[in-house]
Every structure is written in C-alpha cells, then in structure tokens.
Design a protein around this ligand. Sequence first.
Ligand SMILES: *Cc1c(COP(=O)(O)O)cnc(C)c1O
Length: 359
Amino acid sequence: MPRPLLATVHHAALRHNLARVRQAAPEARVWAVVKANAYGHGIERVFEALRGADGFALLELDEAERLRALGWRGPILLLEGVFEPRDLETCSRLNLWHAVHCDEQIDWLAMHKTHQPHRVFLKLNSGMNRLGFAPGRYRAAYARLAALPQVEEISHATHFADADGARGIALQQAVFTQATQGLPGERTLCNSAALLRHAGDASSDWVRPGIALYGSSPDYPAHSASDWGLQPAMSLTSRLIGVTHVQAGERVGYGGLFTAQGPMRVGVVACGYADGYPREAPTGTPVLVEGVRTRTLGRVSMDMLAVDLTPVPQAAFGSPVTLWGQGLSIDEVAHAAGTVGYVLMSALAPRVPAVADEG
Ligand SMILES: *Cc1c(COP(=O)(O)O)cnc(C)c1O
C-alpha cells in the first residue's frame, strides 16, 4: 500500500470558482492564472476544469508548452514576458502573448526576425515598484513598440500592490488611467483581491485571478473563502499511521514542545514538512480527524505530525485525516502557521501523489 497521503484536485470547485470570478466582473474576459504549476495543483490536473476561461496566464515557457500540448489553442500570456531573445521564437511558434516591462525586451523585439507579429502587454509600474515602465517613460515605450513591424497589437497592464489591504487600488488606478489616456489597446489590471474587492471600480478588458480560482481568500482573515463564495480546489488528506497514549507531563515530538496536562491519546499522521505541510505550524493548528476538528500537537516532523485525539474518541489506526481542503480552509491552516494559502498550495511537494476528482 502506498503511503497514505494524497492531494485531490476538485474540478467542481474550480468550475464554481471560475463562475464566481466571472460574476464579479461580468464584462471582462478572464485569464486563469496557472503559474507555479497552477499554484501547486498541476496544470494538467486543472486544465479541463478551467478551459472555460478566456486565456491562461503564466510565467514559464515550458508551462506554456504544456498547455499547448493539452490542446489549448486560445490566448496564453507570459506575465513576466520573455527572459532572453530566443524566447521570442518560442512565442512565435506557440503564439504566446507576452508582457513587456523593460527596455531590454523592446530591444530584443526590435532585433527579432519574425514572420508572425507579436501581441504584447505593455506593463506600467503604477506604484508597486516591481516590474514595469515608470509613468513618465510609458508613452515613449509605447511609441517604440508601435513603430516595430514585429509588434501587431499592444495592450496595457498594471498590477496592484494593495488590492487586499486598506490602501486599496484608487491611487494606482488613477496613475494607470492617466498614463494610458488616449492610447488604443485593451487593458488588464485586477488580480483576485482587486477583482473581488474593487471590480466595480476597476473595469477592464481582462482580469487576472489566480488564488480565487483555487478557492483561497486573497484577503484572509478580513474575508474567508466562503465569505467570497469560493470553494477549496485542493484537499490534502492522509490517515493515522499510529496512535499513542501519553500521561500527564509526557512530551510529544522533537523538542518536546507539547506537554500533556493529563492522560490523552495522540494520533500520528503521515504528513510532514517534506510534503509541504508548514513546519512553522504550532500546537493548535486546526486539522480534521474522522471529519472532526481537532489540533496538531508539538513540532511538525519531516514525514509526520501529531494530533490531539481527545475530541475524536472513535479515532483509531487508519482514521482519515484532512490537513486542508474540503471541511478545513487552507487559509486557516496557513494563518495558524504565520503564512498564506498561496504558500501552502504552491509548496505542495512533488512526492505527494495527486489526483483530479472530475465530478
Ligand atoms: C500572480 C499574478 C496574478 C494573480 O494573482 P492572485 O493574487 O493569485 O489573484 C495576477 N497578475 C500578475 C501579474 C501576477 O503575477
């Protein structure tokens, strides 16, 4: 029998979340963001459920290649654009649209001998100060691109730094509106947080949700995924591979970080930090055993973690355990560990077998 640990990717939830995202921006087309191997879910495992999107956005050329191999003929956008000149040949061959955020990428396009003109998304740095042209240099970059025979169509893009926070998007949005005023071309602004919290203000031709599609809240704990009407797209499940009894004063796990106050039963789960479960999760991190909510105990090991069986007297060797997913939000687990759902799902380890639940 294989080690009892499994990630299940729920197609019904992915489809539901895509519909939920469309409802938030009914006029916009939707890029399903599938970078980082679909946030750890696996591009091949999510593809059928998300093929109702208008396009897929990602970073790596080999991920774009995998999407084409799955038969996707629609738009694919490289969110960071190309990394070296010869990537432009791959863009021509696979018909990839790409972001242009710096002068080097324009230089490469100008040198590129292509038969198929490119569609590019010119990126404005509207205040995040990560990628993109500064507002004062945006129009010059646009003019350079517009003069190139290698470029067929120019769209406009920016990315918000505080869509999930108190500052919101208004300032950056105003910078974007001004920098792009009067320039022809489609616009794309919103990630999940902007889409769910501010879509009414930031209407655009394309929206770019990632995390919402996977059923995690972009602004937990202000809002939970269920507050946003999202469903978890991945369940990480395991079983108890051991049950041990401890007495008052006995300690559990490396470093003995948990000390029993009285006699109790401790379950040992076949999941640890080498599977992607956060080692930072302290005693008290929520977990389901036999569907009953309980807590982790002590330090997470490489391959195992311990859980309190006090609320689950019926639990025994082989009892099912949910680390996150249906019945237990990944955001709650992440929050307990001092991180966010994005990190947990995208750090799911390659050694964890994964299947799609296509129902
Ligand atoms: C990752 C990414 C997104 C998606 O962000 P979420 O917060 O997951 O919705 C959108 N746009 C860009 C440029 C990104 O890099």
